[in-house]
Design a protein around this ligand. Structure first.
Ligand code: NDP
Ligand code: 2IT
Length: 447
């Protein structure tokens, strides 16, 4: 137990003492608590160390073995996890990540962030995250299916449409969700909204696939409007070339931006004039149909490839859409020197805390993922609503709701993050996200 007074240092000390090796979780907790605790200390209702002790501790962590057989007949074993962080606002909700780097620290950081993100959406969603250290790269379709079926055979007993509703994340898209949903149905003899991100033919929502990337650009549009600027003609750096990156780039291009880069873990593909439709289609085909590497496109159709991240190119806007900590101090410094004005995170925690501090110092507008990438989970929430009502909404209806949610999240960030003529979006998002969760926790007896 910590002392009776609410203190950032003693909470961080408690976290580090309990889980000293969980560096990503410590990073996320520091980023959130540094802004929320000063706010809580000036509001009697929230100035309560015991509330924070509960907020930082996941309600439940589930870890399980995932046995499967590869195409050569070898018995393989991976680790599966689900962190059910906080259900004060609704059933646990958040994605599943399949990537060799997955461990408890990564999933605790993601699920802690998810609690605040889901709160910001205004929807009745608690926060969770799960996944496996399984590496989908280079696996056959049969192997992916076998793995997904085995994974959900273990996880199924802990989830449910009123309990915990997983979705996709890195390495998990509608194909993997489909395999898990099919197996869940067989095991439970139910057809309900236990997973989101399903194909529309299996009860998925229109625009769920596009939602994170589109929502990111809708949020960016709000940031620009705040300064009487437009996306049209702006130079944009996108990192990643998966689900979020593809639809962020597509929407930004539709709105007249020049998307100069996309990337994968080997490096960056670029066209200084901005990708044209043909170049963009080539990238999408390579990634979605051929499962190829961007380096294969070097010298093709006016595209060039470099073996590094996109952050030393000149642009107005950066949209990091790959993974955590992809913008470090050096990357941030390069972006600032090259005149970047806006950074909106499509990925979760793509900027280190040091990088964010540099953006704030340089008055670069920086939107944290928990605000700017909340479009994905928002449309997941809309998918749950459609499933519960046994209805399908058309694309226009979903798009309109998504735009409104992103607009509302921007207003919440502005409300709690505006200092004179600068908006600290991180502070605004953390405080606005905190208030809703704290209110619910307190009213439920802080259990
Ligand atoms: P995908 O698996 O579709 O794509 C991931 C992309 O990021 C790929 O281009 C991948 O390159 C790159 N990448 C992944 N890991 C690394 C790494 N360690 N180093 C460098 N590059 C990497 O995932 P998503 O697009 O769904 O997710 C991207 C980010 O967006 C993640 O941070 C995720 O948490 C976040 N997010 C996703 C949402 C969703 O709805 N899908 C919602 C909100 C946030 P490579 O192929 O070389 O690995
Ligand atoms: O990070 C995220 O918000 C997601 N991966 C989406 C979660 C969801 O439940 O749709």
């Amino acid at each position: 137990m910590t002392k009776n007074t609410l203190s950032l240092d003693s909470l961080l000390e408690l976290i580090k003492q309990r889980d000293p090796h969980e560096t990503e979780f410590v990073q996320a907790a520091t980023e959130i608590l540094e802004t929320v605790i000063p706010f809580a200390k000036s509001h009697d209702k929230y100035n309560n160390i015991r509330l924070f002790e509960r907020l930082i501790e996941p309600e439940r962590v589930i870890q399980f073995r995932v046995p499967w057989v590869d195409d050569d007949g070898n018995e393989r074993t991976n680790r599966g996890f689900r962190v059910q962080y906080n259900n004060a606002l609704g059933p646990y909700k958040g994605g599943l990540r399949f990537h060799p780097s997955v461990n408890l620290s990564i999933l605790k950081f993601l699920s802690f962030e998810q609690v605040f993100k889901n709160s910001l959406t205004g929807l009745p969603l608690g926060g969770g995250k799960g996944g496996s250290d399984f590496n989908p790269k280079g696996k056959s379709n049969r192997e992916i299916k076998a793995f997904c079926q085995s994974f959900i055979t273990e996880l199924y007993r802990f989830i449910g449409s009123e309990t915990d509703i997983p979705a996709g994340d890195i390495g998990v898209g509608s194909i993997e969700i489909g395999y898990m949903f099919g197996q869940y149905k067989r095991m439970t003899n139910t057809f309900n909204g236990v997973l989101t991100g399903k194909a529309v033919s299996s009860g998925g929502s229109k625009l769920r696939n596009e939602a994170t990337g589109y929502g990111l650009v809708y949020f960016l549009e709000e940031m620009l409007h705040e300064n009487n600027e437009e996306l049209d003609g702006k130079k944009v750096l996108v990192s990643g070339s998966g689900n979020v990156a593809q639809f962020a780039a597509q929407k930004a291009m539709q709105m007249g931006a020049k998307v100069i880069t996309m990337s994968d873990s080997d490096g960056t593909i670029y066209c200084e004039k901005g990708l044209n439709e043909e170049q963009f289609d080539t990238i999408i085909k390579l990634k979605n149909e051929q499962k190829g590497r961007l380096s294969e496109l070097d010298g093709e159709k006016g595209l060039s490839f470099i073996n590094k991240k996109p952050w030393d190119m000149e642009a107005d806007i950066a949209l990091p859409c790959a993974t955590q900590n992809e913008i470090t101090e050096v990357g941030a410094q390069n972006l600032i020197e090259n005149g970047i004005k806006y950074v909106a995170e499509g990925a979760n925690m793509p900027c280190t805390n040091e990088a964010i501090a540099l953006f704030h110092e340089a008055n670069v507008y920086h939107a944290p993922g928990k605000a700017s990438n909340a479009g994905g989970v928002s449309v997941s929430g809309l998918e749950m609503a459609q499933n519960a009502q046994k209805q399908f909404w058309d694309e226009e209806t979903v798009d309109k709701k998504l735009r409104q949610i992103m607009k509302d999240i921007h207003s919440s960030c502005r409300k709690y993050g505006k200092d004179e003529d600068y908006i600290n979006y991180l502070k605004g998002a953390n405080i606005a996200g905190f208030i809703r969760v704290a209110e619910a926790m307190i009213s439920q007896g802080q259990v």
